[in-house]
Structure formats: C-alpha cells, structure tokens
Design a binder for this molecule. Structure first.
Ligand code: 3SL
Ligand code: MG
Length: 228
C-alpha cells in the first residue's frame, strides 16, 4: 500500500483521497455534520451557492476569511458549533478547501474530508477503503503550501503508519518531519501564516478549535453527483 502526501492539490488520484484544509474548511465541514447537517454541497463558485439560497439550503463560506455577502454563515467552526443544522443541507464555498475537494473528485475513488478534529477517524476510514494508495492532499492557501495542512497530513500519516504497512513518498516524509518538529497542534497552527491572519481578523478561537485532536469521529464523504 502506498502513502502519498501532496503538499498542494495535484490530481491523478487512483484510489482513496483525504482532503485537508485545517484552517478552516474541512474543520468547519466536520462541525456542520456534527451539529446535525444532513449533507454538505461544495460548490465551485460563490455564485452557484447563492443560486441555491432559499431552497432549504443554508450557505456557509468565506473570502479573505470573512463571510461572503448573502451567505448565512462564514467558514467558522466555532460559529457552526453554536448552531443546530438538523435536517439542513449546508452549501459551502471557500477560497481553497472546496476547490481542493473538486480537484480530488476528478479522479479519486473515495474522497474524505480530514482535519485535526477527526484525524484518527478519517485515517481509519481511509485505511479501510484503500486497495492501493492513500493520498493525503493539502489544500494550501492561494496555491502556496500551508504549515497547518502539512502538519495535519503528518498527524494522519503517523497514525496510518501505525495501522499497517505503507511505502511512503517524499511528501509523506516532509509531513512527518513537520509534525515532529512543530510542537503541539495549537503551537503549529498558531505559528502558521494563515493562523496568524485569522488571529488578526479576531478569529483566533477558530484556530484553537481547529487544533483539537480527534475530538470527532465524523468523516465527511464526498458523493459525486451533479457538478456544482
Ligand atoms: O481557503 C479556504 O478554503 C478557507 O478555509 C480559508 S479560511 O480559513 O476560511 O479563511
Ligand atoms: Mg486553509
């Protein structure tokens, strides 16, 4: 079994893909489902999401870290945690995380969203489904590598290696090195460029929330349907 870590999304995934956007899209996605959401719809653009508004859909997303005008929510796991989404479908559009999921969906057979909050459950799910490869895909920020995603990839890789035999690529080696040398999750996320940006926007509680390790067993699973 191969274990591959892409520090940015590349595509050509033959088997299982774990998409990571720790700050904050995949962390928020886990929280929506924990808070009762029936499904998540990840759109390519905010306009597609806005077109669905009012049809029983709630809209969550951001640009520049801030809520998109016309959306019901930002992209905040702390905000999501305070709501009840029972029976609702949440339509998400974010700068990097939802796009990375679309890249994964072009080729992957089984696609799961992973964050620190669901790290162990996501890794177990990936291991159970994979027949040849687990690809861990970091969303990054504006096409640049993000420390918080690579750190989370290292956490996932470390746990996967404890579950069975893998041959690992250089991306996985880098992620494991980052995980082992960046302190605890809160230290790693707080020291990242995007963690600092969120802090400056007054969203530091989201960074602390996203730094919780395996507090959830919810693993969002992409079901490919109509392209939105
Ligand atoms: O880029 C994304 O998809 C977002 O998660 C970024 S933010 O943390 O909501 O600003
Ligand atoms: Mg991010």
């Amino acid at each position: 079994m191969r274990l591959r870590v892409d520090l940015l999304p590349h595509g050509n995934y033959p088997d299982v893909v774990l998409v990571i956007d720790t700050l904050r899209a995949t962390t928020t996605a886990v929280t929506y489902l924990e808070r009762g959401a029936e499904a998540l719809l990840l759109t390519r653009t905010p306009e597609v999401a806005l077109g669905l508004k009012g049809d029983g859909f709630l809209l969550g997303g951001e640009r520049g870290g801030l809520p998109i005008p016309g959306f019901d929510f930002g992209n905040s796991p702390v905000e999501a945690q305070s709501q009840n989404f029972t029976g609702k479908t949440v339509v998400m559009n974010t700068t990097n995380g939802t796009g990375a999921s679309h890249v994964a969906a072009q080729s992957g057979k089984h696609i799961f969203l992973a964050a620190l909050t669901n790290a162990h459950a996501a890794a177990r799910r990936a291991r159970a489904q994979a027949t040849e490869e687990v690809a861990i895909v970091c969303a990054g920020t504006d096409e640049r590598v993000s420390l918080e995603d690579v750190y989370t990839a290292g956490v996932l890789a470390e746990y996967l290696l404890s579950l069975g035999e893998f041959t690992i690529d250089d991306g996985a080696r880098i992620a494991l090195t980052v995980r082992r040398n960046s302190g605890n999750p809160l230290e790693a996320l707080s020291s990242s460029l995007h963690g600092g940006r969120l802090n400056n926007l007054g969203l530091g509680e989201d960074v602390s929330y996203a730094a919780q390790l395996s507090t959830s067993t919810v693993v969002p699973t992409l079901v490919q349907g109509e392209d939105v």
